[in-house]
Design a protein around this ligand. Structure first.
Ligand SMILES: N[C@@H](CCC(=O)N[C@@H](CS)C(=O)NCC(=O)O)C(=O)O
Length: 230
């Protein structure tokens, strides 16, 4: 036995929640380490020049990066690759990509799509992340106009739909693909379920999550996912 695996993360990072959910589901003993979001590159420089979270460090001290490859690695290592082998692999591949393209793009508009919601989000982030005293304030106050003005407004405009509408459409599309089963993976969740769950869960600490909870089928699936964690 080597060291306890570690996951370096940001609590507001959807990619980190994808990986964390799978680790919790599989009951892999892991040390979750929150980093300072204003110094990501420096904080994860131990893993080379990737410069992003999540970073997973295994029992042998080897570092692994990038959330979707990480889902596969963790499934292979701690679950005999059962989820990757669950169902049709082309379908799984396609929907992993779907989640990474569509759901990942929908998280920014819902959190930062209006100036008011952007301020609420950065203030909340400054409370849940591991900032030092100075960066906490800097982030809360300087972060929101940047996120709103530069990134979110453009995305909302390009999509044409309100952020809530976009999320509801995505959840409807995703749930329809379950074909009446409790999970995308069938009777038990697979890697696609954990990818989608991670994106949705990353919004859960914020007030805007309310805009998602009234999607009845989406929320029923979300609750089943929560219940599947250890
Ligand atoms: N494709 C990567 C994306 C990871 C990512 O962009 N993480 C963000 C935090 S949510 C980050 O670390 N950004 C730092 C940077 O790009 O400088 C994954 O799926 O893990």
């Amino acid at each position: 036995m080597g060291q306890t695996p570690k996951l370096h993360l940001l609590y507001s990072c959807p990619f980190c929640w994808k990986v964390r959910g799978l680790l919790e589901h599989l009951n892999v003993e892991t040390e979750f380490i929150g980093i300072n979001g204003l110094r990501i590159k420096k904080e994860v420089s131990f893993a080379g020049d990737w410069g992003k979270v999540p970073v997973f460090t295994d029992e042998d001290g080897e570092h692994h990066v990038d959330s979707t490859p990480l889902l596969r690695l963790i499934d292979a290592r701690y679950n005999d690759g059962k989820m990757a082998a669950q169902g049709d692999s082309t379908r799984q591949e396609k929907w992993l990509e779907w989640a990474d393209t569509h759901m990942s793009k929908a998280t920014v508009p819902i959190l930062y799509g209006t100036l008011g919601s952007a301020l609420k989000t950065t203030t909340r982030i400054s409370k849940i992340e591991e900032f030092d005293f100075f960066s906490k304030r800097l982030y809360a106050w300087a972060g929101f106009p940047v996120m709103w003005g530069i990134i979110a407004r453009k995305r909302v405009k390009n999509d044409g739909r309100k952020p809530k509408e976009l999320w509801h459409d995505l959840l409807t599309e995703f749930i329809a693909e379950h074909n009446g089963k409790p999970f995308f993976g069938g009777n038990t969740p697979d890697l696609v379920d954990f990818a989608a769950f991670g994106y949705m869960r990353s919004i859960s600490p914020f007030v805007q999550f309310k805009q998602l909870t009234d999607h009845t089928d989406g929320m029923a699936w979300y609750k089943r996912m929560e219940a599947s964690l250890n």
